[in-house]
Design a protein around this ligand. Structure first.
Ligand code: NAP
Length: 293
């Protein structure tokens, strides 16, 4: 398949590489040319902008940051829609508000683009291994067209429902993972402040009901104090804000998500935004230490 790919950051770069490895012809664009180089070295073609990405493509995928970025690459002047390729299937795999995904899909439909929201879970590790969980919202025909591309990037691929449903699933995922990172950090900090080796505590917990992938993977990185992103804290703050905005719109009570959101707000406010979300451990440590005068 001819695939265009926009946004070559921590996630987009390995995802595009896996499409190439899967035998697809891939043309890429990123706003910083140096981000494109690893893909060009691996055999991808270079496009001069989002509209150019669309010209030779059957399928265009974006992996950027937030809703304004998705709007920019798809709908702004020079965006994918301006190429005027009716019949194109478009997929955004960034994490954005469900309502924004529905609105973008509606506006792209008017431009002849059949659009799917397909956010992912599994992190950089899953993006590199091609084992992401992919949560898809949109029409069945577009999903069928996109299926071979999804198979190169993910293992657990679920067509959740109509437009926006993939983003609802991802927001639910972020409630679980946000609270999960916070509770694992809280447990390890509790062990350390109690004078017990947190590595031993993690080891003990891994065999019981407290087991989780987050305790296993993120817990290990917390012990190593490896705060290199991964998943930047400001991105997790963005995702918790998506959850809380949706809760506000629907009049929902989400007490755990609300408390988690406050912690991510504090992370960004205290200068930890560019570090991995596991740096929430550092915030807890600061809150648990005697203040120095
Ligand atoms: P990242 O490393 O910051 O990459 C995002 C890329 O998008 C950057 O290369 C950025 O370009 C580009 N971009 C952003 N806005 C753009 C715009 N308006 N026009 C053109 N390019 C734009 O972030 P990431 O970790 O790959 O995350 C990407 C998306 O996946 C986010 O929505 C995130 O929430 C989601 N996600 C991330 C993870 C994870 O573990 N990292 C897991 C699941 C989902 P520059 O380099 O020029 O800034």
């Amino acid at each position: 398949m001819n695939i265009g790919f926009i946004g070559l950051g921590i996630m987009g770069r390995p995802m595009a590489l896996n499409l190439l490895k899967g035998g697809h012809r891939v043309r890429v664009w990123a706003r910083r040319p140096e981000s494109m180089q690893p893909l060009l070295d691996a055999g991808a073609g270079a496009a001069s902008g989002p509209a150019d990405v669309a010209l030779a493509a059957d399928l265009v995928i974006s992996m950027v940051a937030d809703a304004p970025d998705v709007e920019q690459v798809w709908l702004a002047a020079g965006g994918v829609a301006s190429a005027g390729k009716t019949g194109l299937v478009g997929i955004d795999m960034s994490t954005i508000r469900p309502a924004a995904a529905r609105d973008i899909a509606r506006r792209l439909q008017a431009a002849g683009v059949d659009f799917l929201d397909a956010p992912v879970s599994g992190g950089e590790v899953g993006a590199i291994a091609g084992t992401l969980s992919i949560m898809v919202g949109g029409g069945s025909d577009a999903f069928a067209t996109a299926a071979p591309a999804f198979a190169c990037m993910g293992k657990n691929i679920v067509h959740v429902g109509d437009s926006g449903a993939g983003q609802v699933a991802k927001a639910a995922n972020q409630i679980v993972t946000g609270a999960g990172v916070l509770t694992v950090a809280e447990a390890l900090n509790f062990a350390a402040k109690s004078g017990v080796d947190p590595a031993k505590v993690r080891e003990a917990l891994l065999g019981g009901f407290a087991y989780s992938k987050i305790l296993e993977n993120h817990g290990q990185r917390m012990l190593e104090r490896n705060f290199k992103p991964g998943f930047k804290s400001w991105m997790h703050q963005k995702d918790m804000n998506i959850v809380m905005q949706s809760a506000h719109e629907l009049g929902l009570c989400l007490p755990v998500a609300a408390a988690t959101t406050q912690m991510f707000n504090a992370m960004v406010g205290s200068g930890l935004g560019e570090e991995d979300s596991i740096a929430i451990l550092k915030l807890l440590e600061r809150l648990s230490s005697a203040a120095s005068e």
